[in-house]
Write a protein that binds this ligand. Structure first.
Ligand SMILES: Nc1ncnc2c1ncn2[C@@H]1O[C@H](COP(=O)(O)O)[C@@H](OP(=O)(O)O)[C@H]1O
Ligand SMILES: [Mg+2]
Length: 308
């Protein structure tokens, strides 16, 4: 099995496990549901990667020392720790994973905007490195978006999704999707740009951007960086703009899929997204169809200058 297929298999399997955690615990105690989801998905992915790719390094949101105090329900162990920095920074292959992105939305009944991220960073012969494979599972939507060995991306229907509460919504037509189809970022319609933003932390920059560019902008609040970038790739929105804080695991897998699907994915100043850095903070990102990139980058530059 190649790295692309492995990333997709592991993300989808962790997603099924998370649907089971929701089923088992229910939604009465959000804190317990969040911690248990984070930790069970993390432990599953750490064990699967140790077994399938024993020589590879891993950087997981839940394997940091700051996650040490978290406990899963009915389990007193601390989370399995990430590969030590010194080893990760000289490794040739590093899995960058977010076992549960959109933890808050995972804990809210009926919400489908949460994801599992599995990405592989690989060192180049030149000594630098790049994202080599990635998969984003959207378990409650029954979908996985993934890179493939041809250099492209595909959309896989996993069938484990929960019914769309809005019968006529985008999820309704998804039941007619083929099991696997090539994924290409769709071009936006002229006239309006729908920009996905954090539900809980919409950056001031994006609010200003919305008032400062042509065409008209609609801000669409969605949880989870992976779900927002997937919404761009599925044509449900036209762009995702974030600033003010995030980490490599929040964007590695969705950025790998976005680039393979022909999207523009960069920092908000247009610089390349760099992964497997000593400091995993990667605070801002822009993902959109390439035709919108210069409008958005110029608009962001103009409104950034106006920020205090
Ligand atoms: N200002 C900030 N600082 C740190 N992390 C942030 C952030 N804004 C968003 N994130 C992280 O990015 C992911 C998507 O956030 P949002 O849904 O608000 O857009 C979340 O990941 P987790 O759910 O894995 O913690 C969240 O923690
Ligand atoms: Mg995250």
């Amino acid at each position: 099995m190649d790295d692309h297929a492995l990333a997709a298999e592991l993300a989808a399997a962790a997603g099924r496990l998370l649907l089971d955690v929701r089923e088992e615990l229910g939604f009465a105690d959000a804190r317990t549901l969040k911690d248990t989801g984070d930790l069970r998905a993390h432990e599953y992915l750490m064990a699967a990667l140790a077994e399938r790719c024993p020589g590879d390094a891993v950087l997981s949101e839940e394997g940091r020392s700051s996650a040490a105090g978290k406990r899963s329900r009915g389990d007193d162990r601390s989370p399995t720790r990430n590969t030590a920095d010194a080893e990760r920074l000289t490794a040739d292959r590093v899995w960058i994973i977010d076992p549960l992105d959109g933890t808050r939305e995972f804990s809210e009944e009926g919400r489908r905007d949460w994801a599992v991220h599995v990405a592989l960073w690989r060192r180049d012969p030149s000594g630098g490195g790049r994202l080599a494979a990635g998969a984003v599972a959207l378990p409650a939507q029954g979908l996985t978006l993934r890179t493939d060995a041809t250099g492209g991306a595909s959309l896989v229907r996993t069938d484990a999704g929960e019914p769309d509460p809005v019968t006529a919504g985008p999820g309704a037509s998804r039941s007619r999707l083929p099991r696997e189809a090539p994924l290409h970022v769709p071009a936006p319609d002229a006239g309006k740009l729908r920009i996905a933003v954090s539900r809980t932390r919409p950056p001031e920059l994006v609010r200003r951007l919305a008032g400062g560019i042509e065409p008209e902008v609609e801000l669409v609040p969605i949880g989870s960086a992976g779900a927002k970038i997937s919404a761009v790739l599925l044509g449900e929105v036209d762009a995702y703009v974030h600033a003010g804080g995030q980490y490599e695991w929040d964007s590695a897998a969705p950025a790998a899929v976005a680039l393979a699907a022909g999207a523009h994915a960069s920092r908000i100043d247009g610089a390349a997204l760099e992964y497997n850095q000593k400091d995993p903070r990667l605070p801002d990102i822009l993902v959109c169809h390439p035709v919108s990139a210069s409008t958005l980058l110029t608009g962001i530059r103009e409104v950034s200058g106006a920020l205090p």
